[in-house]
Ligand binder design. Structure first.
Ligand code: DAH
Length: 371
């Protein structure tokens, strides 16, 4: 018997208390059976509309209460309320059971297999220049040099003048510059530093300011990017790294320079490496030199990398010029020092026989991933 039939039958049994009580029981039974076959949330909602909704047989009973004789009303009303509460409770219980079953099913079906090996995260790597820069700094740190960072945007004063390059000095021509602010600054334009040497002045001024009467000794490494207004070719880039070294103190001589740089070359290129110094000129050092290491490609025999000379030039160096010491706040009558500058990219090119400097900033993974 469907619920529709029940409703019709109930109407036929007008106002008969016993009949109505029995109808309520029957109606409850039919509803509970129907509830048991509801398997989804949607089926549950349909069930609720059918059996507890406004037009459900049960609600029709409530509506019909008024037509019963007064004495019969309480018993039928109570029974109708009991059935309603029972159906609602059954509905909730069924709903919980369906939700629990859905949860169990999803846990079962969407189970994560924790025994599967994870996907390995792809590791990036440091740029070869950074790797070489760190290698150089690690060696210098072992040798007692502290890292001192200096700015990339400089004034003409620091980049040139305080380093003993007077305005219009021909040595400036070796370092064509990116001037970024000249308006109203004809004497002292702003530029991107062309070398790390201006860091020498900043560092000396910093250390001498700590104790102007007795400035402390200095042993520092100044790493960083430099920029030159160059035609970009296989041999020259418009940006590159340098590492500058500076030692200032009392009684420092050219022997200290040679000993320190020779030791550096051994730590960098191997204990057996041979080195030589050749005279050169830089405005901020006197005397000045270039340092070569024996070509590690041909072992000094002469090859295309060393241009048949057997030697590779790796850095420029010299005794800090008295004017530069003075500009840094160190009295040249009492203090002396040595300095050098070298290029990590150039070292890498020599080590790995890289024949084109443009690879470094070309962002070609085929190149970068080899390091
Ligand atoms: N600043 C020079 C350049 O960029 C390199 C250099 C040479 C630095 C001699 C020094 C030095 O400190 O003593 O070419």
């Amino acid at each position: 018997m469907g619920t529709g039939d029940l409703f019709v039958a109930m109407n036929d049994l007008k106002s008969l208390e016993v009949g109505m009580l029995e109808q309520l029981k029957a109606l409850q039974q039919v509803a509970l059976e129907a509830l048991n076959s509801a398997e989804t949330e949607e089926a549950l909602q349909v069930w609720r509309a059918t059996h507890l909704g406004r037009n459900s047989p049960l609600m029709q009973v409530f509506a019909a209460l008024g037509k019963l004789p007064k004495e019969e009303r309480p018993a039928v009303g109570q029974e109708a309320n009991r059935v309603k509460a029972a159906l609602e409770a059954a509905f909730e219980a069924r709903r919980e059971a369906i939700q629990a079953a859905a949860l169990t099913r999803s846990l079962e079906q969407e189970r994560v297999d924790v025994t599967l090996p994870g996907r390995r995260a792809r590791m990036g790597r440091l740029h070869p220049s950074t790797q070489q820069l760190r290698l150089v700094l690690d060696i210098l740190k072992e040798m007692g040099f502290q890292v001192f960072l200096s700015r990339e945007v400089e004034t003409d004063e620091f980049n040139f003048q305080l380093l003993n390059f007077p305005p219009h000095h021909p040595a400036r021509e070796m370092q064509d510059s990116f001037y970024i602010e000249t308006e109203g600054r004809s004497e002292n334009p702003v530029l991107l530093r062309t070398h790390t040497s201006p860091g020498q002045i900043h560092a000396m001024r910093y250390f001498s300011s700590l104790n102007p009467e007795n400035p402390p000794p200095i042993r520092i490494a100044l790493p960083g990017m430099c920029f030159r207004y160059e035609q970009v070719t296989a041999r020259s880039e418009m940006q590159f790294n340098q590492v500058e070294g500076l030692a200032v103190g009392e009684g420092i001589t050219f022997s200290d320079l040679k000993g320190t740089l020779t030791d550096f070359a051994r730590r960098m290129f191997g204990q057996d490496v041979r080195t030589r110094f050749r005279p050169d000129h830089f405005p901020f050092t006197e005397p000045s030199a270039e340092m070569d290491v024996e070509c590690f490609v041909c072992g000094g025999q002469g090859c295309s990398v060393c241009k048949r000379s057997g030697w590779l030039e790796i850095l420029g160096c010299g005794m800090v010029h008295p004017i530069v010491l003075q500009n840094g706040g160190y009295d040249p009558r009492r203090y002396s020092g040595f300095a050098w500058g070298m290029g990590p990219e150039r070292q890498l090119m020599l080590r790995y026989k890289i024949d084109d400097i443009r690879y470094f900033w070309g962002n070609d993974l085929r190149f970068l991933e080899q390091f």
